[in-house]
Write a protein that binds this ligand. Structure first.
Ligand SMILES: [Fe+2]
Length: 303
């Protein structure tokens, strides 16, 4: 088993075809704040310390470019690089100096199913990190569809992720006290199932849902409370059919957490959340959750 681990999901970069529209949505409606624009890429932060949690790159078609994970220091980056290298992947950069806002040291690679992943340290983060009502704090988790769930799981284990729960549909993986930061869905190929943004509380999830409705983005699934992770949720489809979630109250766990198996997560027929108030996800969000694919070259964080 690997020794080194990433310590957080930092950010995700996506390709958008209408930058003005995307920026308006993610700032005015989704309630992130723009912090920088470098070479046409716009960086947006939550209320947490991370310099940015979302990057928007202008492209001719929608795409997922890269997920970035945080490591404690350069020695940990090097150790993680060794763990990934010994895993037998072919597209891996060597750790090297980076430019802000990416960090000061890190590397990128393609995982077993072609997902672009960067591991970085030394990002110049913000000093202010207090929660604000109705504003996302950070990324909560990214849910990834898989063609080969076992192969993908092995790659995330090489980044130090641990299995929190295993259901018939998903593996829930953690790299810190949050019950999950990555979810691997069984099926759907290497596409994006959804990106979840963490709100400070349930009230903020619900107010955010109201704001989304005000702007023409109805709730596609929820509100509800999930089984594994115990987090509250509302799912939406954003600009260019991106599947996104507001979530909150994620269960905090430690190494004493007992990993659940499919037989631990059996519910009555038609129930899709703990409260039993939610209908199943809409057809639209289901379709949106198969649209976004990783670009072929986004694993090169060094350019
Ligand atoms: Fe989720």
């Amino acid at each position: 088993m690997p020794n080194a681990s990433v310590r957080a999901l930092r950010s995700v970069e996506i390709g958008v075809t209408d930058m003005a529209k995307a920026l308006r949505f993610y700032t005015n409606v989704w309630n992130l704040s723009a912090v920088a624009e470098i070479n046409g890429v716009h960086y947006l932060r939550g209320t947490g310390a991370f310099h940015h949690i979302l990057a928007l790159r202008p492209m001719s078609e929608i795409a997922l470019i890269r997920m970035t994970f945080d490591a404690t220091d350069r020695a940990t980056v090097d150790a993680l690089h060794a763990q990934i290298k010994s895993h037998g992947l072919s597209s891996i950069e060597s750790p090297a100096l980076l430019k802000q806002p990416h960090g000061d040291y890190g590397f990128g690679f393609r995982d077993a199913e072609g997902r672009n992943i960067a591991v970085v340290c030394g990002v110049k983060d913000h000093a202010d990190a207090a929660d604000k009502p109705d504003r996302p704090r950070k990324l909560s988790h990214i849910n990834l569809n898989t063609g080969d769930n076992d192969a993908s799981f092995a790659c995330f284990q090489a980044l130090g992720f641990k299995l929190s729960d295993h259901t018939n549909k998903f593996r829930f993986l953690r790299c810190n006290a949050d019950h999950h930061s990555i979810v691997l869905a069984f099926g759907g190929g290497p596409t994006l199932n959804h990106i979840a943004f963490e709100m400070p509380d349930l009230d903020s999830v619900m107010r955010g849902a109201g704001r989304m409705r005000d702007h023409g983005h109805g709730i596609e699934w929820g509100p509800g409370r999930h089984g594994p992770g115990h987090n509250v949720f509302c799912y939406f489809v954003g600009p260019e059919e991106i599947p996104i979630e507001y979530t909150g109250e994620m269960q905090q766990v430690d190494d004493g957490y007992r990993t659940g198996k499919p037989e631990d997560w059996k519910w009555p027929p038609r129930r899709v959340d703990r409260w039993g108030v939610s209908d199943p996800p809409s057809e639209r969000v289901h379709k949106a959750g198969l649209l976004y694919r990783f670009t072929p070259d986004g694993w090169r964080i060094h350019g």
